[in-house]
Ligand binder design. Structure first.
Ligand SMILES: [Zn+2]
Length: 345
């Protein structure tokens, strides 16, 4: 299909150009949604989109209900989020000396903050949805405040790491957010970002775009945005199924001056265009992915149901998952046993 040329209502966040091509006209629910790509760098975003005020209200009040169908995490959500949090924290803690301050932005029900604190990091979180933030404080007893990133009150240079797990794609100005976060970090501090990969072919083509995902990245555009924000890129990688991209960024002495000109990513838009065109419904349904995925989900659901039949208390679920991880060796260095015992009470 020949891409439709257009002029975006907001310039490319990465390279500043206004001319774009339309890559999709609907979201994963088949509702109208115009998704455009910058032909110069390959950044993909929803255009037009709601105002900043409308977005803030949506995330404060509706998003969790809209996305998860609930006002606060149900036990199944906590169990699932706990397992994901353990995986994420295992990766993260290899980069950080124990005891360093970490902020999880978009902290949800506080599961990542909980696991990090059990691993010896004085972690805290910020979550736009008031009910989820309250759940984190009252049910998991971890410090998660309710608010949006633009209004966060963080002492400059006070943090050793900030984590953004599936958050950056929701922000209306990701470059601005990354520069703000840089100010919160000490020199040498890390910014961890995990986002969906626009090149992913593990889901049906019709599920690629989401109205809440304002930006869509691949490794090249996420890497370039980190550099544009003035960070040094420590590493960048995709998940085993290609569904997500993770970038680990470091604030250096020269970070502020490194925030520089628009990047050049020759060939990146062509690459994304080719991948999107090749990922047709027919090819997808002739591959193994659509058949293995439901089987994996069914297995996960049965396993979760067995666990939840024994235990529905959120804090106990977190402890159960942590202890499973220690027993299986996923978390190989056991923390102080007295801390673990105290946390289980
Ligand atoms: Zn661009």
């Amino acid at each position: 299909m020949v891409p439709v040329q257009s002029i975006a209502t907001v310039p490319c966040e990465l390279c500043g150009n206004h001319d774009v091509e339309v890559v999709s006209t609907h979201d994963r629910d088949a509702s109208p949604l115009q998704v455009v790509m910058c032909p110069h760098c390959g950044l993909v975003w929803n255009d037009p989109r709601p105002s900043a005020d409308a977005l803030a209200a949506y995330y404060r009040e509706e998003y969790r209900q809209d996305y998860k169908g609930t006002l606060e995490p149900k036990p199944r959500h906590t169990l699932r989020a706990a397992r994901v949090a353990v995986e994420r924290c295992c990766q993260l803690r290899g980069d950080l000396p124990r005891g360093e301050a970490v902020l999880d932005l978009g902290a949800g029900g506080g599961e990542v903050v909980y696991v990090l604190r059990q691993l010896g990091f004085p972690a805290s979180g910020i979550e736009p949805n008031a009910a989820y933030a309250r759940f984190a404080r009252e049910r998991l007893h971890v410090p998660v405040t309710s608010g949006i990133w633009q209004e966060a009150s963080v002492e400059p240079g006070s943090l050793s790491a900030v984590t953004l797990f599936h958050v950056l794609e929701h922000l209306d100005s990701p470059l601005h957010a990354m520069r703000l976060i840089q100010g919160w970090l000490r020199t040498g501090g890390l910014l961890w970002i995990e986002v969906p990969n626009v090149e992913a072919v593990c889901q049906a083509p019709s599920h690629r775009f989401h109205r809440a995902h304002l930006y869509n990245f691949n490794t090249a555009t996420l890497d370039a945005m980190g550099r544009r924000a003035g960070f040094e890129v420590v590493r960048i990688f995709t998940s085993a199924d290609g569904g997500t991209v993770t970038s680990v960024l470091r604030k250096t002495d020269g970070s502020a001056s490194a925030a520089s000109s628009a990047p050049s990513l020759p060939g990146n838009a062509d690459r994304i265009r080719r991948i999107l065109a090749a990922h047709t419904p027919l090819r997808h349904f002739l591959s193994a992915a659509p058949y293995l995925r439901p089987l994996r989900k069914l297995k996960q659901r049965v396993s979760e149901s067995l666990d939840l039949a024994r235990n529905k208390n959120p804090k106990n679920l977190m402890e159960q998952v942590l202890q499973e991880a220690f027993r299986s060796g996923v978390l190989s260095v056991v923390i102080d046993l007295s801390e673990l015992a105290a946390a289980a009470i």
